[in-house]
Design a protein around this ligand. Sequence first.
Ligand code: AKB
Length: 315
Amino acid sequence: MKKILITGALGQIGSELTMKLREIYGTDNVIATDIKKNDSEAAQNGPFEIVDVTDLNRMGEVASKYNVDTVMHLAALLSATAEAKPVFAWNLNMGGLMNALETARELNAQFFTPSSIGAFGPSTPKDSTPQDTIMRPTTMYGVNKVAGELLADYYFHKFGVDTRGLRFPGLISYVALPGGGTTDYAVEIYYEAIKNKKYISYIDKGTYMDMMYMPDALSAIIDLMEADPTKLIHRNSFNVTAMSFSPEEIASEISLHVPGFEITYAVDPARQKIADSWPNSIDPSAAREEWGFKAEYDLTKMTKDMIEKLTQKIL
Ligand code: AKB
């Protein structure tokens, strides 16, 4: 039976991943950790510990207390916040990752951490971005993600830690809000559509970015962690995506469910610059070939589900 420690467990991915893993592996076998406790299910319904990921001793103490055999390291600053606070981002994103890898090495634990489409940069091929390609990001977040992918590879080759990772696109969910990302508009737009029938987008029309619905992201993490290691050529980190759209395309899909919905634009230069440096769409074929990655939700199916679930949640 697995014993899993999750850092950043109350964030956008963690709050759903914790609950999903508890369903599969048992509540007591999934230890949620974060820098603060809140009243979410992940914090309240199962083991929870306060862990600041920049504190290696504390992380090691909690991991040893529960005798964990898997470390899932999610705590990180997202792209827009990292760009606004680059030194803090380096210390948190790289320091936290190093501590989590060290904890996994000490306990001989399996390891997961997400990378991102932010690992790519303006000189990367923009369309159908290959798995193996030019990676010269121009954001602090991207620098952290590329370094993180290499560091996780290093821990595998040097110390034999079973490290695995995914390059996530923007993740869309009705449970927890993202914070400080460039793709966050694609979540906010659903809330505003339901509440006010209008949305002012900080990302300009015609800007394409990859996205994925949270249930597909959770399945991808679980499938990758369960995948036969002898089939994995890439490990850290696989391109995964379910769809690529522009603000006007998601708005037009939403207006099929919310008549009269309108999108207007007040472009935020900082976040637009980040978006412009990222691919329009990435190619997930290595993930398909090496461990059977498949996404169930496209824009149409995701929008129908988001509108139904969010309407129940907020109205
Ligand atoms: C962000 O926008 O920073 C994240 C990401 C794509 O990594 N959602």
